[in-house]
Design a binder for this molecule. Sequence first.
Ligand code: ZN
Length: 80
Amino acid sequence: MKSTGIIRKVDELGRIVLPIELRRTLDIAERDELEIFMENDRIVLQKFEPACLFCGSSRGLVTYRGKNVCQDCITKMSEY
Ligand SMILES: [Zn+2]
């Protein structure tokens, strides 16, 4: 794990600001969604990329009843 040497304080609402350098490097823009993971005593943030429930693809996604499904899987299911 690479140290950035950056230390940030958590504010009264539990928020921290992600340093601009990290946002630029990881292509994180305003309103992007981050997924929060726990890894033992660590908090891991990862840019959230919606993916198909069945095959993991991020292309041609349709949201149905709150789940993401890609067009390919929809086509395959209709042929089943
Ligand atoms: Zn799929």
